[in-house]
Design a protein around this ligand. Structure first.
Ligand SMILES: [Zn+2]
Length: 95
């Protein structure tokens, strides 16, 4: 994902939106978008790849949510709060 960084006559510059990864130098340049015209990409992820997996933290959270949902379905006798406790304890550090 990119966030619009600046705009010039030549095009629009987009920087990586990864806020915690200042090392990531991925940047895209597109033509200034015009109505009824496809955006022309001068430079994209192919030329300027991210040096981290895309939105890793977001997908981890997604997996975690799914797991809680499944556990709740598998163990209806256990209160969700208790399941949450067990799941959080099983998550490795740094996630
Ligand atoms: Zn990036």
């Amino acid at each position: 994902m990119y966030v619009r960084s600046r705009e010039s006559k030549r095009g629009v510059y987009w920087d990586c939106e990864e806020p915690r990864n200042k090392e990531c130098a991925a940047r895209a340049i597109t033509a200034v978008p015009r109505l009824n015209q496809d955006i022309i990409v001068f430079k994209g992820p192919e030329e300027s790849p991210h040096d981290h997996p895309p939105n890793r933290e977001a997908s981890d959270a997604e997996v975690f949510r799914e797991r809680i949902k499944r556990k709740t379905a598998e163990h209806p006798e256990q209160p969700p709060a208790q399941l949450l406790q067990t799941e959080i304890a099983s998550v490795p550090d740094g996630v």
